[in-house]
Design a protein around this ligand. Sequence first.
Ligand SMILES: N[C@@H](CCC(=O)N[C@@H](CS)C(=O)NCC(=O)O)C(=O)O
Length: 120
Amino acid sequence: MSLISENPILFVKHTCPFSLKVRLYLLEAGLLDTVTLRESRTPEEEDAMKEELAPHVAKVSYPTLRLGDSYMTESDDIIAHFVAEGGPSPSQLPTFEAYVDGPFKQLLTLHKENAELKRA
Ligand SMILES: N[C@@H](CCC(=O)N[C@@H](CS)C(=O)NCC(=O)O)C(=O)O
């Protein structure tokens, strides 16, 4: 028996809104069991995950999808990958859409405002 998982590996950070976006897509699409989920929940786990990913990507960011030897580091690209593989379009997933149009959008706005205030 091979110990190597054939599933794509999804690396996520527990509290990351971009990671939650991809997880929610997979959950509502019924595709969560098609990936191996690797989640960091503590600073120690984050450090270990960063060390593991750093040799393979220009900049470590979450979520990251590992597909064999290639790595995708943009949440929208990751979702587009699953759609291209036959997954449902995000517009067919009301809970996903509610998250993206509501809390996710608000978090991005707050994040941008915060960055601008810091620059001022
Ligand atoms: N454009 C990226 C943004 C992802 C992003 O900014 N993720 C944050 C965590 S929520 C990150 O990876 N920050 C660097 C880090 O935590 O080391 C995407 O849509 O996936």
